[in-house]
Design a protein around this ligand. Structure first.
Ligand SMILES: Nc1ncnc2c1ncn2[C@@H]1O[C@H](COP(=O)(O)OP(=O)(O)OP(=O)(O)O)[C@@H](O)[C@H]1O
Length: 910
C-alpha cells in the first residue's frame, strides 16, 4: 500500500491522573504527597525528608512536574476522555494512527480510566461511541469498515480475548514493517452495540487476580485495536482509501513484591509484568534522548514490539500516567512521574495512511501479464481436453458408459474432490503471493522516494557548500589582487568557511543507510516470495496434469473444463479492474496537464484582454487579420465552454457505466459457476481476495445476486448436471459475447478519452479535439489550414466583419480602426444568430448524452462522483493534515481539550 500522506512531527501527549485515596490508605491514615496544582502542574513531596533537618534546609522537599494535562480525584471520566482521547477520533477517520495507553503502578486506576465501570464508562466505550457517531455523520459520502481485535499479553504470551481457545499467537512484521498479530480474530462491524458486546465478552476473558495491592489486579497488558478504513462512496480517479489503527492499551501495573506480597504464580506474573514495563521504560528513555539518535530496542518484549509504531513510529500517542496520592506510594509515584516527564519529549512522525488506488497500476500491469499467460495455459488445457474428448474411440457411448460405471465409485469422487480442492488452493495461494509481492513493490517504491528525498537533501547541502567555497576563493583572489601581503593576512581566513554537516544532512546520511538495509531486506523477502510462487505454479501444473489421468467420467471432465473457466473469469475480472485503473490514471494525468494549460490559457486571456483595453483606450490601429483573429478568439471562448462540459459529461458517464457493468457481469457469472456447479467453498471474500481493497470490487460484491442453489455432482445427478451444464455454456457464451461488446465499447472509450491539452496559443487545435464527431465550425478550419475550401471561404466571407461593417480590412490591406466593442452585437447580429443556433444544437446533443446518464442512474449520480476530484468537499477538507493534540508552548494553565478547541478542529477538518 502506498502511503502518500504528508508526514508531521507529533509530540507524545502525557496526562497524569491522581486517584483518590483507597480504603486501605485511608485506614492507614496515609498523608497525601501528590498534589495537582493546576491543569498541568503536579507537585510531589518526599515524605522522608525532615523539614527540620538544618543540613538540608535549603533543599526543597518538593518536586514539580509539568504534564500536558493533570487530573486529580475530582476529575470525571468524561473530562479525562475529552482532554486526552476525543481529539484523536477525527484524525483516526482521516487516516492517522493513534494510541492511548494507561501507565502506572498497580492499583492506581489504569483499568478504571480505560474500561471504567457500568455507571462511569471509561475511554474504550466513550471512544467507540464517538467513533461510530463520527462515522454515521459522514456515512452519506463515505464508506467505512471498522474492525476490532482484543488481546492480552500475559506472561509474554499473546492471547486472543475474542477467541481464547485459539491458543497463543505470534507477532509478525509485515512487508511494510508494521507489527501484526498472526491469526488474531478481527471482527468487522459498523455497529457500536455489537462492538461493545464484544468488548465486554473479551474483558471477561482477561486475566485478573486479587493481590494485596488491588482486589481486581490485571495480570496482563490488554490491547484493544480498532482499525478504520474509509473511502468515498463515489468512484473517482483520485479516489483515496484511508486506513488507520487505534490502539487502546491498559497496561498491567508495575509492582513491588513486598507491597503485593505475591507468591508463586502471582510472583511469576509480576516478574513478567515488570520485565516488559522495564523494556517499555528503556524504550521511553532511548526515545526521549535529546538528539533522538539512540538505538531503541523494541525487541526486548512483546509489549514494546507491539507498541513500536505508537512510541517511535507513525502514531499520535497519548500516555495517561496514574499515581496514588498517598505517602506510602511515593517511590512508585516518583518513578512514574520520571517516566512520564521523559515521555513528553518523545516525538513520533505521523503521516496519513492513504492508499491512492491509481498507484497500483504499475503493479497490476505486471500481475495482469502473469495472469494472461495463465489464461493462455488454461485455454490450451481446455482445448487439449476437448480434443481428447472428441477422439472417436472415446466418444463411443458404450465405452463412456462403462467408464462412468467403473469410476463413479465413492472413492474416485472423493479423490476428485480432493484434487479439485488442492487445485483451487494452489490458485488461491498464488493470488495471495502476488498480492504480497505487490505490497512489497509499493514499499520499495516508497523507499526509493524517501531515498531520493534524502539524496536531494545531501546534494543541496553539497551544492551550497561548493557555492560558499567558490565565493570564498573568489574573495581571496580579489583580495590578493587589491591588497598587499600584510593586509591580506590579517583579513581573510586561510581555510575555507566551516563546512561541517548540518544535523539534517547527518540524519539524511543515517537514514540512507537504514533505507538501504530496508531495501536489501525487501529484495530478500521478494526473492523468497518469488521462489514460493514458482513452487506453487509448479505444484498447480502437476495437479492439473494429474487430473485428466485420474478423472474419467464425462461430467467430471466437463467440471474440470468449467473449473478452468472460473479461473479464467477471475483473471478476466482482474484485467478489467486494472484496465479501469489504467484508464483512470490516463485521465488523471491528462487532467493535470489540462489544468496546467488552463492556467496558462487564463494568463494568455488576461494578456489579450489587457492589450485589447490598451488598444481601445489609445485608439490604436489594428491590422485587419489581427482584428479578425481577436474576434474569432472571443467567439471561441464562448463555444469552448459549452463543448468542454458536454464532452466531460459524456466521458464520465461512459467510463462509469462500462466499468461497473462489465465487472458486475463477470462476478455474477463467477459466483454462479462456483455455487451452482461446483459447490465450491469460494466465498465473496475469496473471489475478491485480489481486490479486497478495491472500492469498485466491493461495490460489485455487494450487488451480486446468487442464482440457482448448489447441486452436487454425482452419478445420480446427471440430468440436473446436464441442465446446469446447458445453463453454464449459455452463460459462458453470453459472457464471450459481452466481452466482445465490452472490448468494442472500451475502444469507444479510448476514442473518447480527454482531448489533448488545449493550447492557448492554438485554440483551433484545441477546439477540434474537443468537438469529437462534430464538424468544426467553419472559421476554425480556415484558421488552421489558412487555405479554406471554396465553400468555407464563402462562409467565412459571410462572417467577415469587414463585409458587414464596411470598415474592416480594406482591399488594399491597410489597417482598420477596431470597431466599437459595444456596437458589436448589433453589427454582428446575423452571425450571432448563427452561433446561437449552433449552440442550441450542441446543447440538445449534450442533453442526449447526459440526460441518458441521469435517467439511467439517478441514484448513481450520488454513488458515483464526477471525475473532477476537486468537487468533493471531503477530500478537500481532509486534504489538510490534522493538527495533533497540542502541547501548549508556554505552559499556560489550559487543558489539552482547551488547547485544541473543537471548533478549530472542525475547521481544519480534523
Ligand atoms: N479516579 C478514580 N476514581 C474512583 N475510583 C478509582 C479511581 N481510580 C481507581 N479507582 C479504584 O481503585 C481501584 C483500583 O483501580 P484499577 O483496578 O483501575 O487499578 P489498576 O491500575 O488497573 O491496577 P492493576 O495494575 O493492578 O490492574 C478500583 O477499585 C478502582 O475502582
Amino acid at each position: 500500500m502506498k502511503d502518500t500522506g504528508e508526514s508531521k512531527d507529533h509530540q507524545l501527549t502525557v496526562a497524569l491522573r491522581i486517584r483518590p485515596l483507597s480504603d486501605v490508605e485511608l485506614e492507614e491514615a496515609a498523608t497525601i504527597v501528590a498534589h495537582r496544582v493546576d491543569d498541568q502542574m503536579v507537585v510531589l513531596m518526599d515524605p522522608l525528608e525532615d523539614p527540620d533537618d538544618i543540613l538540608r534546609a535549603h533543599r526543597s522537599r518538593e518536586k514539580t512536574y509539568i504534564l500536558d494535562v493533570a487530573f486529580d480525584y475530582t476529575a470525571t471520566q468524561d473530562e479525562v476522555y475529552r482532554a486526552t482521547t476525543k481529539g484523536l477520533i477525527e484524525g483516526l477517520i482521516s487516516g492517522y494512527n493513534a494510541t492511548v495507553f494507561a501507565y502506572g503502578p498497580t492499583g492506581c486506576g489504569k483499568t478504571y480510566t480505560m474500561l471504567g465501570t457500568d455507571k462511569e464508562p471509561g475511554i474504550y466505550v466513550r471512544t467507540l461511541n464517538d467513533l461510530f457517531k463520527a462515522i454515521e455523520e459522514t456515512s452519506d459520502d463515505m464508506q467505512y469498515s471498522v474492525s476490532m481485535s482484543y488481546l492480552e499479553i500475559y506472561n509474554e504470551m499473546i492471547r486472543d480475548l475474542l477467541n481464547p481457545s485459539s491458543g497463543f499467537l505470534d507477532l509478525r512484521e509485515d512487508s511494510k514493517g508494521e507489527i501484526q498479530v498472526a491469526g488474531i480474530t478481527e471482527v468487522s462491524t459498523v455497529n457500536a452495540r455489537e462492538i461493545m458486546e464484544l468488548l465486554m465478552k473479551g474483558n471477561k476473558q482477561r486475566t485478573q487476580e486479587p493481590t494485596a495491592a488491588n482486589q481486581a489486579s490485571s495480570r496482563s497488558h490488554a490491547v484493544l485495536q480498532v482499525a478504520v478504513k474509509q473511502q468515498s462512496r463515489c468512484r473517482d480517479v483520485l479516489q483515496e482509501v484511508r486506513f488507520a489503527r487505534l490502539f487502546m492499551i491498559d497496561l498491567a501495573g508495575s509492582e513491588r513484591a513486598a507491597q503485593t506480597q505475591n507468591r508463586g504464580q502471582r510472583l511469576k506474573e509480576g516478574a513478567h509484568i515488570n520485565r516488559s514495563l522495564l523494556a517499555l521504560g528503556n524504550c521511553i528513555n532511548a526515545l526521549s534522548e535529546k538528539n533522538g539518535n539512540k538505538y531503541v530496542n523494541y525487541r526486548d518484549s512483546k509489549l514494546t514490539r507491539l507498541l513500536k509504531d505508537s512510541l517511535g513510529g507513525n502514531s499520535r500517542t497519548v500516555m495517561i500516567a496514574h499515581i496514588s496520592p498517598a505517602s506510602m506510594a511515593f517511590e512508585e509515584s516518583r518513578n512514574t512521574l520520571t517516566y512520564a516527564d521523559r515521555a513528553k519529549s518523545i516525538r513520533t512522525r505521523v503521516k496519513r495512511n492513504l492508499l491512492n488506488v491509481s498507484y497500483h497500476i504499475a503493479q497490476y500491469t505486471s500481475i495482469i501479464s502473469d495472469l494472461r499467460s495463465e489464461i493462455q495455459r488454461l485455454k490450451k488445457k481446455i482445448a487439449e481436453q476437448a480434443s481428447r474428448q472428441n477422439n472417436p474411440d472415446r466418444t463411443d457411448i458404450r465405452h463412456v458408459q462403462a467408464e462412468v460405471q467403473a469410476h463413479s465409485t465413492q472413492q474416485s469422487r472423493a479423490e476428485m474432490d480432493q484434487l479439485r480442492e488442492q487445485l483451487i488452493e494452489a490458485f488461491r495461494q498464488q493470488m495471495e503471493i502476488r498480492k504480497r509481492l505487490m505490497e512489497l513493490d509499493n514499499t520499495n517504491m516508497e523507499i526509493q522516494i524517501d531515498t531520493s528525498k534524502y539524496l536531494l537533501t545531501i546534494a543541496d547541502w553539497e551544492q551550497e557548500r561548493s557555492r560558499h567555497r567558490k565565493k570564498w576563493q573568489g574573495e581571496r583572489r580579489k583580495e590578493s589582487f587589491n591588497k598587499d601581503e600584510s593586509e591580506k593576512d590579517s583579513d581573510t581566513p586561510e581555510s575555507p568557511p566551516d563546512s561541517t554537516e548540518t544535523q539534517e544532512v547527518a540524519m539524511a546520511r543515517e537514514n540512507l543507510v537504514t533505507l538501504m538495509a530496508e531495501q536489501k531486506k525487501i529484495s530478500k523477502q521478494r526473492a523468497g516470495l518469488e521462489r514460493r510462487l514458482a513452487e506453487l505454479r509448479e505444484r498447480a501444473r502437476r495437479l492439473e496434469e494429474l487430473l485428466p489421468r485420474r478423472v474419467s467420467s464425462e461430467e467430471q471432465r466437463e467440471v474440470l473444463g468449467l473449473l478452468c473457466k472460473v479461473h479464467e473469469l477471475e483473471i478476466e475480472n482482474a484485467e478489467m479492474q486494472s484496465h479501469t485503473l489504467l484508464k483512470d490514471n490516463v485521465i488523471r494525468q491528462k487532467n493535470v496537464v489540462v489544468q496546467r494549460f488552463e492556467q496558462h490559457r487564463q494568463l494568455c486571456h488576461e494578456i489579450i484582454q489587457q492589450q485589447r483595453r490598451f488598444i481601445d483606450d489609445h485608439s490604436l490601429l489594428v491590422p485587419p487579420h489581427l482584428q479578425e483573429l481577436y474576434e474569432m478568439y472571443i467567439r471561441e471562448l464562448d463555444e469552448r465552454n459549452l463543448d468542454r462540459i458536454t464532452l466531460l459529461n459524456c466521458i464520465r458517464v461512459l467510463l462509469i457505466l462500462t466499468s461497473s457493468y462489465v465487472a458486475r457481469q463477470n462476478l455474477t457469472r463467477m459466483h454462479f459457476l462456483q455455487h451452482s456447479v461446483f459447490s465450491l467453498p469460494l466465498s465473496h471474500s475469496d473471489s475478491n481476495r485480489v481486490f479486497k481493497s478495491s472500492p469498485h470490487a466491493k461495490q460489485i460484491k455487494n450487488s451480486v445476486v446468487m442464482t440457482p442453489p448448489p447441486i452436487h455432482i454425482n452419478g445420480q445427478g446427471n440430468r440436473e448436471v446436464s441442465t446446469i451444464r446447458q445453463q453454464i455454456l449459455k452463460g459462458v457464451h453470453s459472457i464471450a459475447v459481452k466481452a466482445a461488446r465490452r472490448r468494442s465499447k472500451a475502444l469507444e472509450i479510448d476514442a473518447l478519452r480527454l482531448p489533448p491539452p488545449p493550447s492557448p496559443l492554438d485554440p483551433i487545435k484545441h477546439k477540434s479535439s474537443l468537438s469529437l464527431s462534430e464538424a468544426p465550425p467553419k472559421g476554425l478550419v480556415l484558421r488552421r489550414g489558412r487555405q479554406p475550401s471554396p465553400e468555407l471561404r464563402h462562409a467565412t466571407s459571410d462572417d467577415n466583419l469587414s463585409s458587414s461593417t464596411g470598415e474592416g480590412p480594406a482591399p488594399n490591406g491597410t489597417w482598420t480602426r477596431p470597431r466599437n466593442r459595444q456596437a458589436m452585437p448589433k453589427n454582428t447580429a446575423p452571425r450571432e444568430q448563427d452561433f446561437e443556433a449552433r449552440r442550441r444544437k450542441r446543447r440538445s446533443r449534450s442533453f442526449e448524452v447526459t440526460g441518458q446518464a441521469l435517467t439511467q442512474g439517478k441514484s448513481t449520480s450520488q454513488r458515483f462522483r464526477p471525475l473532477d476530484s476537486t468537487s468533493d468537499p471531503h477530500l478537500h477538507i481532509n486534504g489538510q493534515p490534522p493538527a495533533p493534540l497540542l502541547r501548549p508552548q508556554h505552559r499556560a494553565p489550559a487543558q489539552l481539550g482547551k488547547a485544541r478547541p473543537s471548533h478549530l478542529n472542525h475547521q481544519t477538518g480534523h
